[in-house]
Design a protein around this ligand. Structure first.
Ligand code: NAD
Length: 271
């Protein structure tokens, strides 16, 4: 039974705040990307945010933007395929703000090569960034999270991981993102007893500028038709839609939630 006196406290928006928390967001360089939007949302909610990416100009700009609006932040050069780089980034963030409370495994690459043209090298490349990269980051933040008995890991998977591919990613991309769901749920099972939560988001098509970058009006028209047919909410998603979900999963608002894969796809289950 819920204590009536606590009802108001339960629903306070404060549950969504991240004051005093330290967050590491990988793949947070690109200005219109999902990682950047998540980092921005976390900073607005009060967290100290490490923006980490291969793209050092992007992370620098992201950090500057947050600093200018009064937030605590660091720009970090990161290659998630390189264990040494991962170690350095986690340690740099810890020296600046303290151990990581929230890890967002967002760094990812998309490839749409068909199986018959797909070579081992590209297969490994996609797995290394999308799946192994998240594993390396998890391993690096884990000792501190276990010692403190708390932490939240958020994995950016994909709708493609549920359906063998999507508009921009083919089988190997789908396999890497399905692997991310498995790793997320395995982590939830194994780390829950230590107070560490692990949840994933499976975005549908999110316009992070990729559609404009193709500069192909025919493609854009086909895409709009597809969205019209398959997406009940009749629109392509925005990075902010993923950021809202990531804020929920990072915060106390989701304190009793672990092991979920949250679809944020406008209802597009039949794309
Ligand atoms: P994006 O290309 O803007 O972001 C990916 C970021 O990861 C880039 O900034 C890139 O530099 C970085 N990155 C790539 N390799 C890296 C490495 N080895 N080390 C560190 N950083 C690296 O794309 P996005 O659309 O914002 O995608 C973010 C995540 O969301 C990805 O994991 C992607 O698979 C996933 N996703 C995107 C969509 C979509 O429609 N945009 C849909 C489903 C899932």
């Amino acid at each position: 039974m819920q204590d009536e006196n606590n009802v108001e406290a339960v629903w306070l928006p404060d549950s969504f705040r991240l004051d005093g928390k330290v967050a590491l967001v990988t793949g947070a360089g690109y200005e219109k990307g999902i990682g950047r939007a998540i980092g921005r949302a976390y900073a607005a909610a009060g967290a100290a945010v490490g923006f980490a990416d291969l793209d050092s100009v992007g992370t620098h700009n992201a950090a500057r933007e947050v600093r200018e609006s009064g937030g605590e932040t660091l720009s970090l050069d990161l290659d998630v395929t390189d264990p040494r780089s991962v170690t350095e980034v986690v340690s740099e963030l810890k020296s600046a703000f303290g151990p990581v409370d929230i890890l967002v495994n967002n760094a990812g690459i998309t490839r749409s090569t068909s199986l018959w043209d797909l070579g081992f090298e590209e297969f490994d490349e996609v797995m290394n960034v999308n799946l192994r990269g998240g594993f390396l980051c998890l391993k690096e933040v884990l000792p501190d999270m276990m010692e403190r008995g708390s932490g939240s890991i958020i994995w950016i998977s994909s709708q493609a991981g549920r359906q063998g591919g999507g508009i921009f990613g083919s089988s190997h991309y789908a396999a890497s993102k399905a692997g991310v769901m498995g790793l997320c749920q395995g982590a939830a099972r194994e780390l829950g007893p230590y107070g560490i939560r692990s949840n994933a988001i499976a975005p549908g098509l999110i316009d992070t500028g990729i559609i404009a970058r193709t500069s192909d009006p025919q493609f854009e028209q086909r895409l709009n038709e597809l969205v019209g047919q398959s997406t009940p909410l009749r629109q392509v998603g925005g990075a902010e839609h993923i950021a809202y979900a990531a804020l929920y999963l990072a915060s106390e608002a989701s304190a009793y939630t672990t092991g979920v894969v949250l679809d944020v796809n406008g209802g597009a289950y039949f794309a």
